[in-house]
Design a protein around this ligand. Structure first.
Ligand SMILES: *[C@@H]1O[C@H](CO)[C@@H](O)[C@H](O)[C@H]1NC(C)=O
Ligand SMILES: *[C@@H]1O[C@H](CO)[C@@H](O)[C@H](O)[C@H]1NC(C)=O
Ligand SMILES: *[C@@H]1O[C@H](CO)[C@@H](O)[C@H](O)[C@H]1NC(C)=O
Ligand SMILES: *[C@@H]1O[C@H](CO)[C@@H](O)[C@H](O)[C@H]1NC(C)=O
Ligand SMILES: *[C@@H]1O[C@H](CO)[C@@H](O)[C@H](O)[C@H]1NC(C)=O
Ligand SMILES: *[C@@H]1O[C@H](CO)[C@@H](O)[C@H](O)[C@H]1NC(C)=O
Length: 393
């Protein structure tokens, strides 16, 4: 089996532990030696220089043992140990023990990175950190039935977020929002079906891989090539904090990332119920919930609780002459269409059909000429149309 490039970093730490060699003036980690959190310049560099690893500051007094692209601006993290429980600033260290175990010590607790086993005397690779990626998949690193990419909570916050990329129980790769209150698949679209989106649910091997040339192949038939296809650029496939899966290629001289692939029709604002009743999802630049003008957010810490109107609708519906509508351009509340859906009718007729039904809370009207009228029994899954843009990373 070819050893993936990514593995070399920590192999280097183990194999060089026995020799006296040093690389680029960077200290190598020898048995019994430590990387200390106080010494931020203390890093290990992979033999070809692509990756560096060491303690990465994630807050005022907190660091996480991490691996990043050496030449990326602002150290783009590709892997982080225990990102939801950073170690405190002082006294933490990573030690390579004689047994070959890397042990991260902080305060009085010790966290054994049993999976960070490197390579044994017989040179067998037993390192498992490939199996617990964070938000990024690297070329040659397989995505299997055991692995899930989990986004960051927000830009610059390394805490685990709610957007996941993984294989589902039908053997299909998908993006799902898995929040504390609700859970919803937003890619591929449920309509059209999995088959229509070109996926194959019958191959249960559940393995996907991005090769060094930038070709991604999955057992469910999901396939794509980087726009800069070919061996050369360093790439990463990341579930960004906004829930969008993106392939990036590194521009070596500037350290900036160029977008080299993005799925068709992926949209994290399609997460059902994300913004609750009346709420509308927009990108600012990540999915954000707002309320229609005059309405108020019920709970700013939990968007799924929706918005409240500035009036009591139950009282108003007694007298339809007091009712009016609020116009929301380029907006849809998808789902919850009433059986009175019609096409080929005027805007006025559509408006009246909603007024006539006491259970109608609003209506969608397509202005594209066909005159489609969608009276709604619930205003949920509010969504403002937009053009999909690359994140600014
Ligand atoms: C960081 O640690 C210092 C010294 O222990 C302390 O004074 C400071 O309040 C801490 N800051 C935070 C944000 O925890
Ligand atoms: C690097 O981080 C700084 C501070 O957060 C930010 O102002 C700058 O735009 C970042 N640069 C890049 C290339 O992301
Ligand atoms: C997935 O995890 C199971 C249980 O830990 C293990 O036996 C299996 O080899 C793993 N499969 C892959 C493809 O890593
Ligand atoms: C299932 O997918 C794997 C990985 O892409 C592939 O090697 C294998 O040939 C596929 N099996 C079938 C029956 O198509
Ligand atoms: C990617 O490129 C390879 C090599 O040119 C080609 O065989 C393959 O069909 C391409 N895949 C896609 C999805 O375009
Ligand atoms: C709205 O009015 C109805 C009927 O008067 C009342 O039962 C209900 O509690 C009111 N709702 C709110 C939110 O004030």
């Amino acid at each position: 089996m070819e050893v993936p490039k990514f593995l070399l970093l920590l192999l280097f730490a183990a194999t060089f532990a026995q020799s006296q060699e040093r690389l680029q003036g960077m200290p190598s980690l020898r048995k019994g030696n430590s990387l200390k959190v106080e010494e931020e310049t203390n890093v290990l560099v992979s033999p070809d220089g692509t990756f560096s690893s060491g303690f990465y500051k994630v807050g005022a007094n907190a660091s996480c043992y991490s691996i990043w692209f050496t030449n990326s601006a602002n150290k783009t993290i590709v892997w982080m140990a225990n990102r939801d429980k950073p170690v405190s600033k002082r006294g933490s260290k990573l030690t390579l023990h004689g047994s070959g175990n890397l042990v991260l010590t902080f305060d009085r607790c010790t966290w054994y990175t049993r999976n960070l086993v490197l390579r044994n005397q017989a040179k067998r690779v037993i390192w498992q950190s490939f199996d617990s990626p964070t938000d990024t998949l690297l070329p040659t690193q397989p995505l299997t039935k055991n692995t899930t990419l989990v986004s960051m909570r927000s830009q610059g916050t390394y805490l685990s977020g709610f957007y996941n990329f993984k294989f589902d129980d039908n053997n299909v790769l998908f993006l799902i929002y898995n929040g504390p209150q609700l859970s919803s698949v937003y890619w591929p679209r449920i309509i059209p079906s999995v088959f229509e989106s070109g996926r194959n649910p019958y191959n249960s091997s559940r393995v996907a891989i991005l090769d060094v040339a930038g070709q991604f192949i999955s057992s469910d038939n999901m396939q794509f090539n980087a726009s800069d296809y070919g061996v050369g650029p360093k790439r990463r496939l990341t579930v960004d904090y906004d829930g969008i899966l993106r392939l990036y290629s590194l521009h070596e001289s500037t350290g900036l990332w160029k977008l080299s692939w993005l799925p068709d029709s992926v949209d994290a604002c399609r997460v059902q119920g994300l913004c609750g009743e009346y709420g509308i999802c927009t990108y600012k630049p990540q999915p954000t919930c707002t309320c229609p003008s005059g309405f108020s957010l019920n709970d700013p810490s939990d968007w799924s609780k929706g918005c409240s109107p500035p009036f009591n609708l139950t009282q108003l519906t007694q007298d339809t002459s007091k009712l009016d509508f609020l116009e929301l351009p380029y907006t849809d509340y998808y789902g919850y269409d009433m059986a009175t859906y019609t096409r080929g009718i005027s805007f006025e007729a559509c408006r009246n059909s909603c007024l006539m039904h006491s259970s109608c809370l609003g209506f969608g009207y397509a202005l594209d000429g066909i005159g489609e009228c969608y009276p709604k029994s619930l205003l949920l899954n509010g969504y403002r149309f937009r053009m999909l843009r690359a994140s600014s990373m």
